[in-house]
Ligand binder design. Structure first.
Ligand code: ATP
Ligand code: MG
Length: 644
């Protein structure tokens, strides 16, 4: 029973930080206080000009001089930046083009991108402007991969290539929104995730326009399965999948429906067995029958899509490839396809990229194999190598981490000796602090980012921060949507009672865990479920006014967001590609996550997640709690001495 029932709901939490910099972390640290002040004044409708002038007043003559050059280079020549796109390189000893930039060019680059490109980055620009074919960049975290894509896209535009002829494929909706802001509205249709690109192609193929009402449902294939009597539904008590012992539990059937599409595979016994083996999926008893029903569901799913009735998220990626839209006649290949985070492409995404470029377009894909973390969602664990081979790419080097301070890189190198990550020569030393979990409230401030391997700790921390009047949100509406789905299932459980909410959670947890019993990956599934149930329990605890499940759902909507909040909490998966001055690694003992029956590729991806988390910070790293992989220097020294 919820002890603190109140009658009214608190107003929906609305962000009041309209003008806070969205990628604030990319601003030089020195200017952070001024930028924040500027954002706040803008929020109160103050004059931006005044703030800029105040800021300029604080700078030295040298700094003002640099800014003057940068501004001159921007306002001259019809507002075109004064860096030169088309340069010939002279070869130096290490076979890299050494391109000399004038001071004006350096200033113009700084004004446009916030940095002067390295010789590696200029070499990539050189390759795109003067060579042919495809290329890949395999580089460590923070080496400027995403920044290079921006550099290239802008250079191509400067050379007269229209943004409409360039496709920039990014990871995650937030990244695409962020890039569009940086590139300008003219790039709106050029920058997108592969998901939304696939969806646009499907819509175009089917002539779906804005006015059309199209159903997008994550339950689409469940509804189809109900219609075949494969699982129970409102009007059908049949559950052929389990009564005919095709599968032990129905989850595996739906996971296979997703994976077959994401991995671009036909339903065959061999493919099902391989997927089950690779993903540790348990409970497939009769593969032949499963193939038959999977095929039937996919056929109906495809038909529903062709008739514009219903789609699910995976359809949006799968159908353009399944329908071979590259042969459609109307799909004009892009001249350039730039792909970020290519180490996490799944097979169907890779096909989509190739389709976008067609026979004539050129592909540049950037990625870091050590940051491959999406294997669980069907990404090819060796995606970087797969894309290199598929597009016959030339490999262009990009080394040196521009993001992380030397101390953080030293820790990364100690933990991952095989990763050749080096700090930039101008990197600051940075700091690493280890603090206690209960101390975090005293440390966290605006613009910080808090990372955790699991969702539940973020939920409880986020609620605490909000209770302490700090503006915090958890990145990723889709994580919230997953919690809502679980909550829906809990509410539909026959033993559910709102008055005994916590007990209902326990009962649901136990009965779902019972279905995992005996599977190789029992521990992993149980851990995942526990994380979700704990998160829901936290939300219930912190929402004493809640009168029903709907109220809890509202709270979920409040705390999970795709927008940037002053304090961002994020799972390590979501933090890919992001950065902040100060990063907190919360509950570090859960990294790398380990479970009984873990496959070696899964362990590899858990280690990659730790690497991702440790390479997000630009100046300070806080380790919140104890863990096996970090001991403060003094302890480390005394341990070493003892060993010696
Ligand atoms: N040549 C450069 N000189 C100085 N700073 C740079 C340079 N190139 C990029 N940066 C800065 O380095 C940081 C990391 O860049 P970016 O995000 O492009 O790296 P990345 O390789 O994409 O990282 P990740 O592996 O996390 O995706 C950013 O703050 C960016 O502005
Ligand atoms: Mg990046």
């Amino acid at each position: 029973m919820n002890e603190h029932n109140k009658t009214s709901h608190p107003p929906k939490q609305k962000p009041s930080w309209n003008n806070l910099p969205t990628k604030a972390a990319r601003i030089p640290e020195k200017f952070l206080p001024e930028v924040l002040q500027y954002a706040r004044i803008r929020d109160c409708s103050g004059s931006g000009f005044e703030v800029v002038i105040n800021l300029l007043n604080t700078l030295t003559q040298d700094e003002l001089q640099q800014i003057k050059v940068a501004i001159d280079s921007l306002v001259l020549d019809d507002h075109k930046p004064a860096y030169t796109a088309n340069r010939t390189s002279t070869r130096d000893d290490d076979n890299l083009g050494e391109i000399q930039l004038s001071d004006t060019e350096k200033a113009a680059y700084t004004a446009s991108f916030g940095f002067v490109p390295s010789k590696y980055q200029l070499n990539i620009v050189n390759w795109i402007t003067q060579s042919t074919g495809n290329a890949c960049c395999n580089a460590v975290a923070g080496a400027g991969k995403s920044s290079s894509l921006l550099l290239i896209a802008k250079t191509l535009e400067q050379l007269g290539v229209s943004p409409y002829e360039i496709k920039v494929c990014v990871f995650g909706k937030e990244n695409s929104k962020d890039l569009i802001k940086k590139f300008g509205s003219g790039w709106q249709s050029s920058i997108s995730t592969l998901h939304s690109t696939g969806w646009s192609l499907v819509k175009q193929e089917l002539g779906i326009r804005g006015g059309h009402k199209i159903k997008i449902s994550s339950k689409k294939y469940k509804d189809i399965a109900v219609s075949f009597g494969l699982i129970r539904g409102r009007n059908s008590r049949n559950s052929l999948l389990t009564s005919n012992k095709i599968v032990k539990q129905t989850d595996v059937f739906f996971k296979l429906l997703d994976l077959l599409r994401l991995c671009n595979l036909n339903p065959t016994v061999r493919n099902l067995q391989n997927l089950c083996e690779h993903h540790n999926l348990e409970g497939l008893i009769k593969p032949k029958e499963a193939v038959y029903y999977l095929d039937k569901c996919l056929q109906v799913g495809e038909q529903q899509a062709a008739n514009k009735i219903c789609f699910d998220f995976t359809d949006q990626l799968w159908l353009p490839v399944k329908w071979r839209l590259s042969n459609s006649g109307w799909l004009k290949p892009y001249k350039f396809v730039l792909v970020d985070e290519c180490q996490d492409l799944n097979a169907v995404q890779l096909e989509l990229v190739c389709m976008l470029a067609g026979k004539s377009g050129r592909i540049l894909a950037v990625g870091d194999p050590k940051q491959a973390i999406m294997g669980f969602a069907g990404a090819d664990c060796d995606s970087y190598a797969a894309i290199m081979a598929r597009i016959q790419a030339l490999e262009l080097p990009l080394s040196i981490c521009y993001r992380c301070p030397t101390e953080h890189i030293a820790l990364v190198k100690k933990l991952f000796p095989d990763i050749a990550i080096e700090p930039s020569p101008t990197a600051q030393s940075g700091t690493i602090h280890q603090i206690k979990k209960e101390e975090i409230m005293d440390y966290v401030q605006d613009l910080d980012m808090i990372l955790s391997r699991k969702t539940a700790p973020l939920v409880s921390l986020c609620l605490k921060l909000i209770a302490n009047k700090k503006k915090a949100q958890i990145k990723g509406r889709s994580i919230g949507d997953n919690l809502r789905k679980e909550l829906e299932a809990i509410e539909n459980d026959i033993y559910f009672s709102w008055d005994e909410f916590n007990l209902s959670l326990d009962t649901y947890f136990e009965s779902k865990c019972a279905t995992y019993k005996g599977s190789d990956n029992e521990e992993q599934l149980t851990e995942n479920l526990k994380d979700k149930i704990d998160a829901i329990r936290e939300i219930y605890r912190a929402t004493p006014h809640a009168k029903n499940v709907k109220d809890l759902e509202l709270e979920i909507d409040n705390i999970f967001s795709d927008e940037n909040a002053p304090i961002t909490l994020s799972t390590c998966h979501r933090a890919k590609g992001l950065e902040a001055q100060r990063i907190f690694i919360y509950e570090p003992q859960h990294m790398p996550m380990e479970w009984r029956g873990q496959k070696s590729w899964q362990h590899g991806q858990e280690m990659n997640l730790l690497y991702v988390a440790l390479t997000r910070s630009k100046s300070e790293l806080f380790i919140v709690g104890e863990c096996k992989w970090y001991k403060p220097e003094c302890t480390q020294q005394s341990d070493d001495e003892q060993e010696g």
